[in-house]
Design a protein around this ligand. Structure first.
Ligand SMILES: *Cc1c(COP(=O)(O)O)cnc(C)c1O
Length: 368
């Protein structure tokens, strides 16, 4: 393996990692033994969706097992070619952009796609349509136009920096954006959506955390999908963020064969709270082009989270959601069963029925 020959200092240098990313079959062979199908998928999908992996993330892959949960997230698969129902922009994000790269679904908050680059490209990426595409490369002028729009829109109190991945930017460039946003009095919180703590944890340096902590309140959500991703390095990155006062949350995606299993999901979520990362959302996978092999039906998803309720810490349980063009919709098991006169009926986590008195409140002026 090539890994033994790389000096430690280079390996843990995020710029070295970015420069040495895997982009073709030959590079991939230094880490795993790709199957004939994987090789064919790399060639056939080359024009459609970028294939890029950081050496760090590649080192987590099982060299022998094509079903390795790390490998399936980033190595192209022939199943991506045929998918009868997936679309390119399932959330209609383009329709919801008041200005280029700002997506507004809610009155008070926006997702601001500050760039189109990630450390690596997840095969089930929601923004497949734009990531890695040259047309979407954001120039400072365009960022300025978006920031101006936010400053002219006083209802916006929460700005979520996403992309691509905002941590791909240098500290200086990211600081410019955060400083501009912080200068807008109605922007109360700034959030970062980034997968780099998982895919390139060395990016989360003390210097970066120090810089961000000047602009509090800063919140951050990352994206772990499988317990194998919780390495010492990833834990260190999350710990550093927390130590600088940046609360770290996690948004995972429910993915067939990766985490659609109660035991694996429980292990993932409990491992996250052990490193002070709070599971925030678990997304139902979108109806996205080329992702049929990742889809899990919603009833199964509801069962998985129902199986966890009561059987692990409440802190470990994220909200299972479906994202729609109208916003995120919680997908909860219906524990509230209804009303029987003055009583309400609920179901416990073990399926026991509980009734208690809960008369309908008489509200002022309301006759029912
Ligand atoms: C997810 C999302 C948000 C943030 O939603 P929260 O439920 O507050 O985390 C904001 N805008 C868009 C477009 C989103 O997709």
């Amino acid at each position: 393996m090539i890994l033994n020959k790389i000096p430690n200092m280079d390996w843990s240098d995020w710029r070295w990692q970015l420069k040495h990313r895997i982009r073709d079959e030959n590079e991939l062979r230094k880490y795993i033994l790709p199957t004939a199908d994987e090789v064919q998928a790399i060639l056939r999908l080359r024009e459609r969706f970028r294939f890029v992996i950081t050496p760090y993330y590649a080192s987590l892959m099982d060299p022998e097992d094509p079903n390795c949960p790390i490998r399936r997230q980033v190595v192209p698969n022939l199943s991506e070619i045929s998918d009868p129902v997936g679309t390119l922009d399932p959330l209609d994000e383009i329709e919801h952009s008041p200005v280029k790269n700002v997506i507004r679904v809610y009155p008070d908050r926006v997702a601001f796609c500050v760039n189109n680059e990630c450390a690596l490209y997840c095969r089930y990426c929601l923004r497949k349509r734009m990531v890695g595409d040259e047309d979407w490369v954001m120039k400072k002028q365009e960022l300025k136009v978006a920031i101006d729009w936010i400053s002219r829109t006083p209802e916006i109190r929460d700005v979520l920096l996403t992309g691509g991945d905002p941590l791909i930017f240098s500290d200086d460039r990211l600081e410019w954006i955060v400083r501009e946003l912080r200068a807008i009095s109605h922007v109360e919180i700034i959030r970062l959506g980034t997968r780099l703590p998982v895919t390139l944890p060395f990016r989360v340096t003390d210097r970066l955390c120090q810089m961000l902590s000047k602009y509090h309140p800063i919140w951050l959500n990352t994206h772990f999908n499988h317990p194998k991703e919780l390495t010492v390095q990833a834990a260190e990155a999350c710990n550093r963020l927390s130590n600088f006062g940046i609360p770290v949350g996690n948004q995972s995606v429910l993915l067939a064969g990766i985490n659609d299993d109660v035991g694996i999901m429980k292990d993932l979520l409990e491992s996250l709270v052990k490193i002070r990362v709070r599971p925030y959302y678990c997304y139902q996978a979108q109806l996205l082009e080329g992702t049929e092999h990742f889809r899990v039906d919603i009833e199964r998803g509801i069962e998985i989270f129902r199986a966890l309720r009561g059987r692990t810490s409440g802190y470990a349980i994220p909200q299972y959601v479906l994202d729609t063009p109208f916003g995120k919709v919680p997908l909860d098991y219906p524990y509230f069963k209804g009303r029987d006169g003055d009583e309400i009926i609920v179901e416990s986590y073990e399926g026991k029925e509980w009734r208690e008195l809960n008369p309908k409140a008489r509200r002022m002026g309301v006759v029912e």
